[in-house]
Design a protein around this ligand. Structure first.
Ligand code: SAM
Ligand code: SF4
Length: 434
């Protein structure tokens, strides 16, 4: 579905301009007195134009970060990860049980208009980064139109639109994704050996993944500005011999390899013995590259970044098992069936989908319903309809924000430790979205 302004947005975006527009200032905020404003989606071109003309003034009046997305430890959640499918074309040992996972019935899954509405609500509250993940996001049939729609939120304050993918079919879709505003790709690759790839993913496809990496690097040479990170889950006795070849990838290529400690999820047969701790990885790398040095991390980075002097690329370590990074966590997650999850390792979830669907009598919101909602929203703004109209968006949005706030305020200071995580019930990783 084409949204007003989408074409202009795309046309106006030269490669390399990743941090695109000033943040929208009409987002709801907490005033000093604690009063809140609730956003409404702005759909018409006139409204969009009016918004941009007041942007400068609004920046001047910018208020504190949204209370809805601030937890009781004063962490501001400006990064949203959305899982857009439960399906995957690989079966990685550490993620997906061999037999797969039971899939949700399709009416339970978020539709594209619903994902857009939720994205829009979160951006209106100050989310500046959205990552699409899964399952494997590129297998979703309407992935590209979805990305293009979310890309239009750049005019509302979205600065980064990222993807986590296994890279199998990415190369075919990259051009369109960059047009949509793609700014970063985290690509999962756990081995540089095609045979071992088949062992670890239980599928073929190594060459396709390499093709995707090459294509990103090629597009970056032309100025596409896609931040590329290679995610490598390290399993003892499986791919730990490949740490150094992965480090070598950064010698001449502008990419970051991120070594991830193997984490336990339902059905992935985790054991502490199979997990290689960060410190062991670091020791291995330092033995070969004694000049390895720490790089200053950004405030909300979940990885510890290092570099070898003289190398173009860098490396990072995601140490969820041995050192948590909860203190600076700025992430929220939405599962493909529309649940908000405030912490990867917290089993508590709340359905945002069900609240959204109140506006359509519990039915999935398709394009037609969305058009009707938009018409009603505009009528509301013009004072034509009473606010008690059953399809009125104001009510559901208020409830949505209240529920989001309640969940965010319930976020714990830090997640459970290694001993507890092992025995904790949690969805399989594929149903959470990395
Ligand atoms: N299919 C996409 C991919 O593989 O990149 C996106 C979804 S995947 C669940 C997201 C990330 O989670 C991947 O980088 C994957 O390596 C990581 N992951 C999955 N299971 C994991 C585990 N048990 N421990 C650590 N990382 C894991
Ligand atoms: Fe699929 Fe990604 Fe999980 Fe591998 S890590 S099985 S590619 S969802």
């Amino acid at each position: 579905m084409a949204y007003p302004g989408a074409a202009a947005c795309i046309a106006a975006r030269p490669y390399g301009k990743n941090h695109l527009r000033p943040r929208n200032i009409s987002r709801g905020v907490a005033s000093a007195a604690g009063a809140r404003t609730y956003p409404s989606h702005h759909f018409s071109p006139e409204q969009t134009a009016a918004q941009s003309s007041t942007r400068r003034e609004a920046i001047r009046n910018a208020k504190p970060f949204s209370a809805f997305l601030t937890d009781t430890f004063q962490r501001r959640h400006d990064y949203l990860r959305i899982s857009i499918t439960e399906k995957c074309n690989l079966r990685c040992l550490y993620c997906m049980p061999e037999e797969g996972v039971p899939q949700s019935p399709s009416p339970d899954l978020l539709t594209t208009p619903e994902i857009f509405l939720l994205s829009s609500t979160f951006v209106s509250q100050g989310v500046t980064k959205i990552r699409l993940t899964g399952g494997e996001p590129t297998v979703r049939r309407d992935m590209l139109p979805l990305m293009h729609q979310i890309g239009t939120l750049r005019s509302k304050g979205l600065r980064e639109l990222c993807l986590t993918t296994n890279g199998i079919s990415l190369h075919r879709k990259l051009d369109s994704m960059v047009e949509a505003g793609l700014t970063g790709v985290n690509l999962s690759l756990d081995t540089l050996d095609p045979w071992q790839f088949q062992v670890m993913t239980r599928r073929k496809g190594f060459d396709m993944v390499m093709k995707s990496i090459d294509r990103i690097l090629e597009m970056n040479k032309l100025g596409a500005g896609i931040k590329l990170k290679i995610n490598c889950v390290v399993m003892r006795g499986m791919n730990d011999q490949e740490i150094l070849p992965f480090v070598e990838l950064g010698r001449e290529q502008d990419l970051e390899v991120r070594f991830i400690e193997y984490m336990p999820f339902d059905g992935n047969k985790w054991s502490e013995g199979k997990m290689l701790p960060f410190q062991d990885m670091l020791d291995t790398i330092r033995a070969k590259f004694p000049t390895l040095r720490k790089v200053q991390d950004h405030k909300n980075d979940t990885s510890k970044t290092y570099e070898v002097p003289g190398f173009v690329g860098r490396m990072g370590f995601i140490t969820s098992m041995t050192h948590n990074f909860c203190g600076t966590c700025n992430r929220l997650r939405i599962t493909s069936d529309g649940n908000l999850k405030v912490c990867l390792f917290d089993n508590d979830e709340v359905s945002l989908r069900d609240i959204l669907r109140k506006a359509s009598n519990g039915k999935p919101i398709d394009e037609t319903t969305l058009e009707a909602l938009k018409a009603i929203e505009i009528s509301h703004q013009q004072g034509i309809l009473a606010s008690s109209n059953p399809l009125g968006t104001t009510e559901y949005e208020r409830e949505l924000l209240d529920v989001i706030e309640l969940a965010v305020k319930g976020k714990k200071e830090k997640h459970a430790g290694i001993g507890e995580l092992e025995n904790m019930k949690n969805r399989p990783m594929i149903l959470i979205g990395g």
